[in-house]
Design a protein around this ligand. Structure first.
Ligand SMILES: Nc1ncnc2c1ncn2[C@@H]1O[C@H](COP(=O)(O)OP(=O)(O)O)[C@@H](O)[C@H]1O
Ligand SMILES: [Mg+2]
Length: 164
């Protein structure tokens, strides 16, 4: 039984993330989507909101669960008795940072293997930050995020503007 952990901010989950989730699920017995609860990062959605959005996005996939974590990702992976960490790579923006983190994580926990899945070409340009920018400016997000995520973004920005 091989358990994989896919950690990230998921602020919010996008179709690019979901593609990686589905592909990782086909490779491993079970996958934990691990949502990083880091107060110091400037995030749009709370950890509970990010969990709910990711849960709805993965409700049709049987071997996925969604959990929040804080602290070192390698500690969380050990805690879950998982074997593998999953990350997604877009060309070429992610490589350097992922490489640096991978070497550090390997130093901290040599028993955890990292598996990087290359983005599918159609999701190459999708990042949570660009999605938020487009949503804030009222652009159409069809094909980039699930409907429930697009609705959550619309609500969130409506709230932000009403509060001033
Ligand atoms: N469109 C995409 N295609 C493939 N992988 C992606 C895509 N968007 C994000 N990822 C990957 O998903 C993981 C989580 O990303 P993100 O939510 O931005 O969290 P983090 O704060 O750890 O970068 C990272 O490995 C990132 O490279
Ligand atoms: Mg990122």
């Amino acid at each position: 039984m091989t358990i994989a952990v896919y950690p990230g901010s998921f602020d919010p989950i996008t179709n690019g993330h979901i593609d990686i989730v589905k592909r990782a699920c086909a490779l491993f017995d079970s996958l934990i989507v691990a949502i990083y609860d880091r107060p110091e990062k400037n995030l749009l959605f709370s950890v509970d909101e990010r969990i709910a959005l990711a849960q709805t996005a993965s409700e049709d996939i049987p071997n996925v669960s969604v959990r929040a974590f804080s602290g070192l990702v390698v500690d969380f992976i050990h805690h879950m008795k998982a074997d593998v960490m999953i990350r997604g790579l877009r060309a070429t923006s992610d490589f350097e940072r992922e490489f640096e983190m991978a070497l550090m994580n390997h130093k901290l926990a040599p028993d955890i293997e990292l598996v990087c899945l290359m983005t599918s070409a159609k999701y190459q340009f999708i990042s949570s930050s660009v999605i938020k920018e487009v949503a804030r400016l009222g652009g159409c997000l069809d094909g980039m995020v699930p409907d429930h995520v697009a609705e959550a973004l619309t609500r969130k920005y409506a709230e932000t503007y009403t509060r001033g």
